[in-house]
Ligand binder design. Sequence first.
Ligand code: FAD
Length: 592
Amino acid sequence: MPIYSPPARDMAFVLHDLLNVSASDIPGYGDLDPEMTAAIIEEGGRLATEVFQPLNAVGDREGCTLENGAVRTPPGFKAAFDQLRDGGWTQLDCDAQYGGQGMPHIMGTAMGEIFAAANMSLNMYHGLTHGAYSAIRAHGTEAQKAFWLPKMATCEWTGTMNLTEPQAGTDLGLMRSKAEPQDDGSYRITGTKIFISAGDHDMAENIVHLVLAKIPGGPEGVKGISLFIVPKVLVKEDGSLGARNAVSVGNIETKMGIHGNATCVMNFDGATGYLLGEAHKGLRAMFTMMNEARLAVGLQGLAQAEAAYQNAVIYARERLQGRAVTGAENPDGPADPIIVHPDVRRVLMEGKSFIEGARALTFWAAMLIDRSQRMGDAEAEALVSLLIPVIKGVQTDRGFETAVQAQQIYGGHGYIEENGMSQFARDARIAMIYEGTNGVQALDLVGRKLAASGGKPVMAFFALVKDFIAANADDAALSADFLDPLKAASKDLQAATGYFLKEGMTSPNNALAGAYDFMHLFGHVALGLMWAQMAKAAREALDAGRGDTAFYETKLATGRFYMARILPETMALRARIESGADTVMALPEEAF
Ligand SMILES: Cc1cc2nc3c(=O)[nH]c(=O)nc-3n(C[C@H](O)[C@H](O)[C@H](O)COP(=O)(O)OP(=O)(O)OC[C@H]3O[C@@H](n4cnc5c(N)ncnc54)[C@H](O)[C@@H]3O)c2cc1C
């Protein structure tokens, strides 16, 4: 069966060598010294490996069941969730004012990777709650925050996000759920939502559903959508539980992966709901917490890749097939381990270089979120908003690819369920779809984020790349292996950005046909920047004689692989983008 071990050493490198978190001026970061972060990662990592991970295959095999209108989670999930809750892990980066421990989001992100890698389905019950918590914290009245948040921080009450309806997926303007105002200030919510993750389960005494619905008489389309708090069980004024609300589970979906997470059809039959934020501004309220939610999904892509990759490495060392072309490396055995073969190495290097680059990018983004939330830094918020669709889209696409490639290392054995490699690929697949499909992430990037604030955030990103290259130009080793490739890739990205800014207004199809390629081009440059910065950090650690030479040398070699073998893909992506929409849109619909 698969194993998982938290990448504590690499996380320490990102947090301390690369981002130097404890020296940051962001409130709360001063406490994040290496001892403190290592202790948190070790303690949470133990729960992940000893409790979460062994249940991953159980959840996949047993799935959730619907019995008499209630969802039962797979055997062992409830006890594991109790341990997550009792250990205070759900409260880690929640607001200290509302039941949380007040740790920075970057630590929630590190632990989120570990828990999602160990058991993505189980971790989602907490992840959705965290998303709902953030929405109430950002948009609730003081009374709502005090009433709902403390029990959500502890996951005594979990949370969900109810957007999707059968006819309204990407296009939420088509939504039909309605919310009728009542004399007491509450609303009666009626409608059906589908695909609701963690919509029901047996691990908490209450579930706080956040539901998008339209108040009759409001504006048409997305401008008429409002957001409501709709609890499964009504809560009395003193905080104790009252009667069941008119919320029920219509069905649970049978699906490709994340079997341990209940994906529910939710029926709201005149359920009592409470307006969250302003009427008709529900979508805007959802958007403000989207950075966090999409970062969490990008993190799932990375987490599944990491777990799958770890197992592929073990298998590649153990599986004996063929001989190294350069001469036997295991002469006493019947064959060499497959890790000697260059094509197997290629797969492992692609996985390793993606994962470590993505971890750096995700943690940096979490740091930008902390900077924007804890210091009100608008530039940090604008920059992270630009990076979020890239992180969500690229990391889930490549996370899935990495999981599939790790499965490939197992040959036919990867296709056999009992070896567990198929689950990584099946679980990773959903991250490319929910929280906005990756095609929609690309549209968000090109259609909204590039032009945001007159293009200031994208210019700020280019300036970061340019300044880093200029500041390190005298470093010959860094220049040849890292800065020159980064400069070339950044040129491709700038040219493609210029193409969109020129074409966007006059020929929108040209922009939209290249949006997906652009998202990946941007991802390559962002990961390239991370690798150049990591190389510099590794070199400094070596020069300073900080020990752990093998780790830092490995980091440099992995970075060189990324810059030489992966980054040049920007040339092809740029060429595809600049070919425009003509060939994409050439065929009439009936030719398909
Ligand atoms: C397991 C699972 C869990 C989920 N969890 C939740 C949840 O907790 N809460 C919730 O509210 N929803 C949830 N969803 C729903 C999910 O977010 C939607 O499925 C997703 O946003 C896409 O909507 P759709 O399925 O209706 O596809 P559609 O919107 O019909 O899209 C179909 C295809 O068309 C493309 N497309 C659509 N519009 C455009 C456009 N304008 N330009 C270019 N391409 C376009 C899309 O990229 C996609 O490839 C979940 C779904 C699944 C399968």
